[in-house]
Every structure is written in structure tokens, then in C-alpha cells.
Design a protein around this ligand. Structure first.
Ligand SMILES: [Zn+2]
Length: 238
């Protein structure tokens, strides 16, 4: 009798293991989607669009962006360089990545870019930018997050993600924090106000500062930005 019970329990165990393993195969972890928007494009588009749904305030569809004082690189070029590396790094971590653009010669307004990320139902949209200032000494990396009335449902979660991304990016880049504490709530950005999914914008540094401009164009520094963002995304994106 003992032998029969033992036999039956072994069969049972094998069956359980088999069920668990087939379950693991047929039910993979759902991939989280991250939408990456490399800011600006080759030609600015000064036609206007509403800054928020239903708003009478209008802003340019896509502005020119800044340019490196030392490298002479355009911001739209730098933004895509980093965006493409971020795409690769996130795909390695098994995220599904949607890119709003893969080349410079596009015509995508800020509403278009938000719409692409909304349609992708992204867990996070991350907008990649670099800063410019009339003060050549100004330096620093900062994270922007939405604070407008059209984005009430995503403001808090976006702020929380921005904080984590800032902390992790400062750890890997050793950059100064821009604008004091490196965090900026914004209610005036079209790309934020039309977003329905959590969204942040990184200003990677100031291209108007010669030292920071040159550093932003090195592969190793770009990689440190990407590493910081990936670490932050892994920690904060649910
Ligand atoms: Zn920009």
C-alpha cells in the first residue's frame, strides 16, 4: 500500500511540475512599453497648435531647439543619438520600445508625438532634450514633469518617476542638477499636456556651456545618461 501511495504522489509531483512549466511557457510576463521621443527635428515647424486640449493658447508645432557652442551639433542630432542608445538598452531589458522618430527629416508636431505614445499605451513616455541658455556658465541635468490641468491623472505618477530618473541619472553621470534641485513641473508644454500616459522630459545638459556640450557628445557620457535612465525606469515604472 505504501508503495502505491508513494507512486501516486510521485506522479502527482511530476504532473504539477509539468503544469507549472507549461504555464510559464504559455504565460510570459507582459512586456512594458516605453515610448521614446527624440526632441525636435531637422526643420522646425512654426505653424501652431493648441498647447492643451481645448486651449485657445497656441504654440509652434515643433521649435528648432538649441545647438552646441563648441561641437556645433544641433540638439535634434544629439537627442536622437541618445534616444537610439536608450532604445537598445531598454530592449535588452525586455521592454517594448516605441520611437516617435528614427531619423531627422520628419514632420512631427508635439501633439503628433504625444499621440504616438498615447496610442502605444506606453507605461512611460520619455522625451529626450538638451538645454540652452544665454548664460554660458549655466550647467546641469534636469527632469521635467507635467503639472497642468489636462494631465491631472498622470501628474503625480510622472513626478514620482521624474524624481527616480533624476536620482539615478545624477548617480551615473555625476552631473550637476540643473535649476537648483533638478526637477521642474511644467504646465506649458504641448508634448506634456496632450499626454494620456505618464511622461517625463530629460534635459541632459546645456549645449550653451562649452564643457557640458563637449561632454554630451562623448559616447561614454551618453552611455552614462542611458544607464541612469534605464536604472530609474527599472525602479519606477509599474
Ligand atoms: Zn529641446
Amino acid at each position: 500500500m505504501k508503495k502505491i501511495i508513494l507512486f501516486a504522489s510521485v506522479i502527482g509531483m511530476v504532473g504539477t511540475i509539468f503544469l507549472q512549466s507549461t504555464e510559464a511557457i504559455t504565460k510570459p510576463e507582459p512586456q512594458k512599453t516605453i515610448c521614446i521621443d527624440a526632441g525636435h527635428q531637422k526643420k522646425q515647424n512654426l505653424q501652431t497648435e493648441p498647447v492643451a486640449p481645448g486651449s485657445k493658447v497656441k504654440k509652434a508645432k515643433v521649435s528648432a531647439g538649441t545647438r552646441g557652442v563648441a561641437t556645433k551639433k544641433y540638439e535634434y542630432e544629439l537627442n536622437l543619438e541618445v534616444a537610439l542608445q536608450l532604445q537598445k538598452a531598454l530592449e535588452k531589458k525586455n521592454y517594448k520600445v516605441i520611437m516617435t522618430r528614427m531619423k531627422h527629416d520628419v514632420n512631427l508636431s508635439n501633439i503628433d508625438r504625444a499621440t504616438i505614445c498615447n496610442n502605444a499605451k506606453s507605461a512611460l513616455s520619455i522625451r529626450i532634450h538638451a538645454d540652452g541658455s544665454t548664460n554660458k556658465n549655466t550647467q546641469g541635468l534636469s527632469l521635467l514633469y507635467p503639472s497642468g490641468t489636462s494631465t491631472k491623472s498622470i501628474n503625480k505618477v510622472s513626478e514620482s518617476i521624474a524624481k527616480t530618473l533624476l536620482t539615478e541619472s545624477i548617480l551615473t553621470t555625476k552631473a550637476k542638477k540643473g535649476y537648483g534641485d533638478g526637477l521642474l513641473p511644467r504646465s506649458d508644454l504641448t508634448g506634456f499636456n496632450w499626454s494620456k500616459t505618464p511622461v517625463v522630459l530629460i534635459e541632459m545638459g546645456f549645449m550653451s556651456n562649452s564643457t557640458e556640450d563637449k561632454r554630451l557628445s562623448t559616447k561614454s557620457y551618453q552611455q552614462s545618461i542611458v544607464n541612469g535612465l534605464v536604472n530609474g525606469i527599472v525602479k519606477s515604472v509599474q
